[in-house]
Design a protein around this ligand. Structure first.
Ligand code: ADP
Ligand code: MG
Length: 614
């Protein structure tokens, strides 16, 4: 059998969404599982120790590799899965970037043992911190076993980014669980520190869901399966009473690849309109099957973000399928209102539907699903309350780019004051004072916002949200900036790279302490990106010295502080409105990440008092 792996030509390699894929043990596990499935495995074993920090081992009974391929596999852009640019348009495998093994090999001690079924002997390859240490013949079972030890042993900054043992372990478990749902025909055996967490045989999809969730939980689910020429939706949705406090149990797959899609999640949520208690989210496991040519998974290195050719159609279809399933299963009338519930049925009707969804102004196709626009007259206090009730679930990171906001529907709509014509259309009373403060009329009086700290709060929360779900949004720079750095800073950038990418930076490291900034986070003003990056690093190092501050928090704070608009930056009306709009969607609009006040309110009573009007 000829070798199968080749190095992608640079013109194809350059079309692959750039970036590091290995940010934590769970991302390494995900890549290794994808490889096992792509190799046609019907049995996969996952072993982790210390939440994957000291060891990850993934074994499969797939097709294996030749000795030649086994050594090639660790090179960047080495893949057997695509070879031409056209292949990128039509991806049938979970992997295609040819970067996972290279990335893992660069930050760990890796051993790969592999044998093809027809070969007498297998191959052993050892790689450590990017160096090929050994290749030899070995005796092993057909298939492949990859053992990853001491992840991030040579990148302390990245290691510092890991969360608690518990959190990292849960992330790995999530990854394995998703795979188990999506691949019921495969047997999965998952062991963490000698404890078997999952051990499931090949089964039907229904049986697999029952095996993983247990009898009790799966009895709360309703089966869904609908098909059009374009799209198939298949899976389970939870009864409204089975709703969850957060969205971690929403399993969305596209052609059996786990994906994150705000739009599709929202479609499901929307279908439950009126049925959910405030602050809860439906459970679902849904797989969408679409011709791979009609979707693009080459959007982000994690391959979890996708672009649909026609997202608004997919949205509508999912919405109607879920709605119908809820109706035909008689789930709607079975809704009971418990007495102690906040606001009772009224409360549900008022808050249970996302009539206000941050960041959703621009749903694809320009279609605004019903109930998504903000009512005409909303005062700030109420907006704030509502934002609170939704931010837990409706993506904090969905802030529209503040400086590109096409706001209009989503803006803070204040009382219209007859005769007030200042500052833009629609009778919104908003002014910028000394290019530093934003003044705005609210129902109870007057509000003054410090524009810098307000933006800082927004960017800070957005960054934290990005770290949670690793889906940054960047803006490409028209003129990439080359930056010559101090060697220590260069090393720091290299180590922080995946996290900087998560923030939205697109950086190329050229060696010799040179980096090129090709893109910056979507909500940063274009113009001084080199300075922002340098300032951010300085701030990060500064904080690192004195403080028990968590690395993630440090980076988020440093970034927010340095990238936020400054006192002295002139804002137009749209920008001011967008800023305030987003500020009140944060969890803490009144204080900045460093504890400074963001908003000062002066009540009309106070003004009256001062002017001697009693
Ligand atoms: P990609 O999966 O994007 O091709 P990877 O770096 O993950 O890139 O893997 C490189 C290549 O190594 C794959 O294309 C595949 O040919 C081979 N490979 C990796 N893991 C396995 C495995 N478990 N079984 C068989 N082949 C594998
Ligand atoms: Mg792969």
């Amino acid at each position: 059998m000829p070798a199968k792996i080749h190095i992608l030509k640079s013109e194809i390699a350059n079309k692959i969404a750039a970036g590091e894929v290995v940010q934590r043990p769970a991302s390494a596990v995900k890549e290794l599982l994808e490889n096992a499935l792509d190799a046609g495995a019907s049995r996969v074993t996952v072993l982790i120790k210390d939440a994957g920090k000291s060891m990850i081992q993934v074994g499969d009974n797939g097709e294996g590799m030749s000795d030649e391929d086994a050594a090639l596999a660790f090179q960047r852009h080495a893949t057997s899965k695509i070879s031409t640019s056209e292949d990128l348009e039509n991806i049938h495998t979970l992997g295609f970037r040819g970067e996972a093994l290279a990335s893992i090999g660069a930050v760990a001690q890796v051993e790969l043992k592999t044998r093809r079924i027809g070969d007498d002997l297998g191959t052993l390859v050892r790689v450590e911190g990017d160096e090929l240490k050994e290749t030899s013949r070995t005796v092993c079972e057909p298939g492949t076993i990859v053992t990853v030890k001491n992840l991030f042993y040579n990148t302390p900054a990245r290691r510092n980014f890991l969360k608690s043992q518990q959190t990292e372990r849960r992330n790995v478990t999530e990854v394995v669980t998703r795979m188990a749902f999506a691949y019921p025909e495969v047997s999965w055996h998952y062991i963490s520190d000698d404890e078997t967490i999952l051990d499931v045989r090949p089964r039907s999809f229904e049986e697999r869901v029952r095996d993983v969730l247990g009898e009790k939980q799966s009895s709360q689910l309703v089966r869904i399966s609908e098909k059009t020429d374009y799209l198939t939706v298949d899976g389970f949705i939870g009864r409204p009473d089975f709703a969850k406090r957060n969205r971690s149990e929403q399993y969305l797959f596209l052609n059996r690849r786990f994906i994150l899609s705000r739009a599709i999640n929202h479609a499901v949520f929307q279908a439950y309109e009126h049925l959910l208690i405030k602050g809860t989210f439906p459970f679902f496991i849904l797989n969408l099957s679409i011709d791979p040519r009609k979707v693009d998974v080459n959007v982000h290195p994690s391959k979890m973000e996708v672009k649909f050719e026609n997202e608004s159609n997919v949205y509508r279809f999912v919405l109607s399928v879920v709605k119908r399933a809820l109706a035909t299963n008689d789930l709607v009338p079975s809704l009971s209102v418990s007495a102690g519930e906040e606001g009772g049925i009224e409360g549900r009707l008022r808050f249970g539907r996302p009539s206000f969804v941050p960041g959703h102004a621009a749903l694809p196709g320009g279609s605004q699903p019903a109930g998504m626009s903000i009512p005409d007259q909303v005062d700030l206090e109420q907006l704030f309350k509502r934002a609170r009730s939704f931010q837990e679930g409706v993506a904090i990171n969905s802030f529209a780019p503040i400086l590109q906001s096409s706001a209009g529907e989503r803006i803070v709509q204040q009382e219209t004051v007859p005769g007030t014509t200042e500052a833009g259309a629609g009778g919104r009373a908003i002014w910028q004072v000394h290019n530093k403060y934003i003044l705005s009329q609210i129902k109870t009086g007057l509000m003054i916002v410090d524009q810098h700290v307000a933006h800082e709060r927004i960017l800070y929360e957005k960054s934290l949200a990005n770290f949670e779900n690793s889906l940054p949004s960047s803006q490409q720079l028209l003129f990439p900036q080359t930056l010559q750095m101090a060697p220590a800073d260069y090393v720091l950038v290299k180590e922080l790279l995946p996290h900087l990418e998560t923030l939205g930076f697109v950086l190329k490291l050229f060696g010799k302490n040179t980096i090129v900034i090709e893109g910056i986070p979507a909500d940063v003003r274009v113009g001084s990106e080199g300075k922002i990056l340098q300032d951010l690093l300085d701030e990060f190092k500064q904080n690192e010295h004195h403080a028990t501050i968590d690395a993630r928090d440090n980076l988020a704070k440093s970034f927010a502080c340095k990238a936020a608009i400054k006192a002295g930056d002139r804002l137009n009306t749209q920008e001011m409105i967008s800023l305030i709009d987003q500020l009140f969607l944060t969890s803490m609009p009144y204080v900045c990440p460093h504890g400074r006040p963001v908003v000062v309110k002066i009540s009309i009573d106070e003004l009256d008092r001062r002017f001697g009007r009693t």
